[in-house]
Design a binder for this molecule. Structure first.
Ligand code: C5P
Length: 236
């Protein structure tokens, strides 16, 4: 497999073609952005940490029968993935009130939700990724009702697997964002990444934040927190 031209550069990752049309290489960058790109910085080592953490999560999900675009980790910063067409939805699953949900419902951060909440945001930088519902999704035509059911079932299953796995490592999975794509056969496949950039992880004892909120809220110690997550997952 040979890495070829860059296809796309996003805020945190680059995507490259390979000599196989069904496989892409994803390179994780050190760039950090928040608030729709208004806050930007470089965090040394972040790309490497997120690549390793994300690979471990995709491998865990695979071991539980949940496939994703992930094929294998190639290097410190690179993953080999299957080509999918990304569905323009950010699928957020929440277990504990935090961030925008705490604001929207007026619940204090840290209040446990009686059941997981699944939300959909329309991926659009121009619109600022608005919260949308099933009717909006049908009108926009971004996913069929069957695809949306499939996405929701997979998201809740992923939540169950990750919550249990992290709880055993003294980490609370507060909430997280997933993206899905369609493969050549039209199957809905988990894509993008699962990392401290896209999840809220709290130490279960101290409730210390071990995720991107350290960057968003200027708490410092971003790299150290990501390192701690990788360490607790058994990586180095
Ligand atoms: O900001 P909010 O509370 O809606 O974020 C919910 C979850 O989704 C958080 O874990 C956050 O890291 C993640 N998220 C993301 N990318 C976005 C928006 C939210 O990874 N564009």
């Amino acid at each position: 497999m040979e890495k070829r031209d860059m296809l796309y550069e996003g805020k945190a990752k680059k995507v490259f073609k390979t000599d196989d049309p069904d496989l892409y290489v994803i390179e994780y960058k050190d760039d950090a952005t928040a608030f729709n790109g208004q806050k930007r910085d470089q965090i040394a080592g972040k790309g490497e940490l997120n690549n390793k953490i994300s690979a471990l999560f995709f491998e865990l999900l695979r071991s539980k029968g949940l496939e994703s675009h992930y094929v294998k980790r190639l290097s410190d910063r690179e993953q080999l993935v299957r080509r999918v067409t990304i569905i323009p939805l950010e699928v957020v699953v929440r277990n504990i009130a935090a961030g925008s949900l705490a604001k929207r419902l007026g619940w204090e951060e840290g209040r446990e939700l009686p059941r997981p909440v699944v939300e959909f945001y329309y991926k659009s930088d121009e619109l600022g990724d608005p919260l949308i519902n099933e009717s909006h999704i049908a009108v926009l035509g971004v996913a069929t009702p069957e695809q949306l059911d499939d996405i929701t079932t997979q998201a809740l299953k992923i939540n169950e697997i990750l919550t249990a796995y992290l709880r055993a490592r003294n980490i609370l999975l507060v909430d997280f964002k997933l993206e899905f794509g369609l493969d050549a056969e039209g199957r809905v496949l988990l894509a993008d990444e699962i990392s401290p950039d896209t999840c809220r992880f709290w130490d279960a004892t101290t409730r210390e934040k071990l995720d991107k909120d350290r960057f968003r809220r200027d708490l410092g110690g971003v790299e150290e927190a990501y390192e701690e997550v990788l360490h607790r997952l058994g990586g180095q």
